[in-house]
Design a protein around this ligand. Structure first.
Ligand SMILES: Nc1ncnc2c1ncn2[C@@H]1O[C@H](COP(=O)(O)OP(=O)(O)OP(=O)(O)O)[C@@H](O)[C@H]1O
Ligand SMILES: O=P(O)(O)OC[C@@]1(O)O[C@H](CO)[C@@H](O)[C@@H]1O
Length: 322
């Protein structure tokens, strides 16, 4: 089993509401409400730990409400290396309607300063000194106070440790991450469109943009496009997957489940086809309920069977003019 350090710079307590239908400007009374320790890297850690990997969770956590995180980390059996900062970690509201539509309200998060960023880097390096890691994942948005320049420096320092660096972020932070050329990035369609400078509204454009992402120096270029599936470009070629049809209840955490599934396959030396099939099926499993995907679901073998995986090109240049 692998050892992975997940870094969530801006974690959250996710408050998931299960609504028949959201009506703006009125009192909405959900059928259920659930509060859970989350944030992208924490979600990835949940999946990796459930698959038997050793996980160190890191990032910034507010001192004043870290109880639910501590309880979750103990239950998951992950090592808590979060740097504590004064104040409260944000609470993000997730409003899921019966139709499958989800509205996210994500707070800005707790502010951090340069001293705390330096403490975080030292703490991750300390973890690496204690025991080597097979991958570092940096996931989610940047908290207030962490500038793009500091983020770029953090990524450069993490990359310099020699441990494969995976990044899943959005907006300006994604552009910054791509500049740093980590081992892997996993934008969704809108996020990659922002980098590509055009809407990725058809298959050909999605494939072409993901191949350009690979050419920009990303070893594992991964584009997720919801129910339309995934494009994956690496040194061995270009792959496409399509998830099985599932009843969508809550899509929050689907991308995180997918990233965790990919890390699991790659770090377990599974074939590319097996890796992509597993990660795609697991992320489809996750949208059927609140929370991350569960590989122990009764019908997981059926989901795997109904996940389509196809190799589009055998090398990164096949099918191009290069
Ligand atoms: N409606 C769906 N049906 C089946 N599978 C889905 C659906 N939505 C998402 N998935 C699976 O989850 C993966 C990730 O979803 P998506 O592209 O929406 O990521 P994301 O936008 O990063 O998600 P997140 O909400 O976690 O930020 C998809 O590639 C797909 O495999
Ligand atoms: O505001 P960010 O950091 O971009 O995203 C945070 C978040 O929406 O991502 C996870 C789902 O992927 C949730 O657990 C969490 O609330």
């Amino acid at each position: 089993m692998a050892r992975v350090i997940t870094v969530t710079l801006n974690p959250a307590l996710d408050l998931a509401f299960d609504l028949e239908e959201l009506t703006l400007g009125t009192v909405n009374r959900p059928r259920n409400a659930q509060l859970e320790a989350a944030g992208k890297g924490v979600n990835v850690a949940r999946v990796l730990a459930s698959l038997g990997h050793h996980v160190v969770v890191s990032g910034f956590l507010g001192c004043d409400n870290d109880g639910p995180f501590q309880r979750a980390f103990t239950q998951l059996g992950v090592t808590d290396a979060f740097v504590r900062v004064p104040g409260e970690t944000r609470i993000n509201a997730k409003l899921a309607e019966k139709s499958g539509r989800v509205t996210d309200i994500n707070g800005p998060g707790i502010g951090v300063d340069a001293t705390q960023v330096a403490a975080l880097l030292n703490s991750i390096k300390q973890q690496l000194n204690n025991e080597p890691a097979d991958a570092i994942l940096v996931a989610g948005s940047l908290p207030p106070g962490l500038s793009l320049t500091s983020f770029a420096t953090l990524l450069t320092e993490l990359k310099a440790t020699g441990v494969p660096l995976w990044v899943d972020t959005s907006g300006e932070a994604l552009l910054c991450a791509i500049e740093a050329a980590p081992e892997a990035v996993k934008p969704n369609e809108l996020e990659l469109a922002n980098w590509a400078g055009e809407a990725l509204d058809n298959h050909a454009k999605r494939v072409s943009a993901t191949r350009r992402l690979y050419q920009a120096g990303i070893g594992q270029a991964l584009l997720s496009a919801g129910a339309d599936g995934v494009i994956w470009v690496n040194a061995k070629g270009t792959w496409q997957s399509t998830p099985p049809r599932v009843q969508t209840a809550n899509t929050v955490g689907a991308g995180d489940t997918f990233v965790a599934g990919m890390l699991h396959g790659v770090l377990s030396q599974q074939s590319d086809e097996e890796t992509l099939r597993f990660a795609t099926a697991l992320s489809a499993e996750s949208v059927r309920h609140v929370g991350v995907g569960n590989a122990l679901a009764d019908d997981f073998a059926v989901l795997l069977q109904h996940t389509q995986v196809q190799r589009l090109y055998a090398s990164r240049t096949e099918g191009t003019s290069q």
